[in-house]
Design a protein around this ligand. Sequence first.
Ligand code: PLP
Length: 385
Amino acid sequence: MSEKKIATTAVRAGINSDQHHGAVVPALHLSSTYALKGFNDKRQFDYSRTGNPTRATFAQAITDLEQGAVGIVTNTGMSAVHLICQLLDTQDTVVIPHDCYGGSFRLFTHLAKRGQFTLVVVDQNDQQALAQALATKPKLVLVESPSNPLLRLVDIAAITKQAHQVGALVAVDNTFMSPVLQQPLLLGADIVFHSTTKYINGHSDVVGGVLVTKEQALGEKLAWWANCIGITGSAFDSFLALRGLKTLPIRMKQHQINANAVAKFLQQHSAIQQVYFPGLASHPQHELAKKQQYDFGAMMSFELKGGVEAVKILFDKLELFTLAQSLGGVESLICHPSTMTHAGMEIEAQLTAGITQSLVRLSVGIEDIDDILADLSQALDASQA
Ligand SMILES: *Cc1c(COP(=O)(O)O)cnc(C)c1O
């Protein structure tokens, strides 16, 4: 899909769909239940856990953007991950990346401990380890690219091909990119999912998730489970997320202009040990990023030479950046993965994933770039004093 088409799809989602009043923007339907036309004569919707017009409009918008068959809106990003777990029986094996989102890592490890499936945790860029993992004939391979917080990439087309050869389904966490910057279904994946809490809603006022399947049958199976276990997203959250979605393409443009400038600035600063950003030519997977992504996104992380003490000073001195979990909102955020987003991971697992105490993650917002750079500059200078 060309960029123009993506922007058009995002902006036009649900516009002019109101048959009754001609409302330009789709209405917010809060009703929990819908009247039947008569005895055994149901309308399209009957009960809002199962189906809701506002949620359906949002689901269709994401399905169109990801170019899939079925979209399911869930109440959190984690419930989208959990929904995928409904595909797994006790004899099944799942392969997850060693550096996936901390919440996903916690969910998979704890469900595996209770015997719900067998878990294989692997560095998906280690070809030998990956081949060994796939030799166990897994039912599902979870992929996250770029990864959180180190912005490592996985070649989605290549891993999908390998996974399909052993009969595994591939589910890709596309939260860091959004469908504007990467479309995993077009790279061969079976399922793509997002925490809409992040870029899709984009205003840090909704917690939600969405999942899109390439095939109709798989989507219907997952939609059945979403209703069965009761994790579908609320109408109001869907309304807000749909509203946020309309500016996603243009927000991403500004996020990236700012992120590129921030990455270049950080790379030359003397307080910094290393910057992790796929947009830098020095990133080991810069070429892969250019190939499978439409652009580089606005998430990055870096290590401070001064260790955790320097991190504390940096956080203390920053005025514009907010010290908070989450990402993808219009406001710039900073976080310490080890004690925040990835605290659900044992320290040993963190170190295996490359998450050190001196690692800091940035979600670069869309404030004026001069103010962003001035804030980082004064705080970094102070951190090495
Ligand atoms: C936030 C996040 C999730 C979980 O989503 P919630 O909306 O917080 O439940 C999953 N994957 C990634 C990459 C995330 O950033």
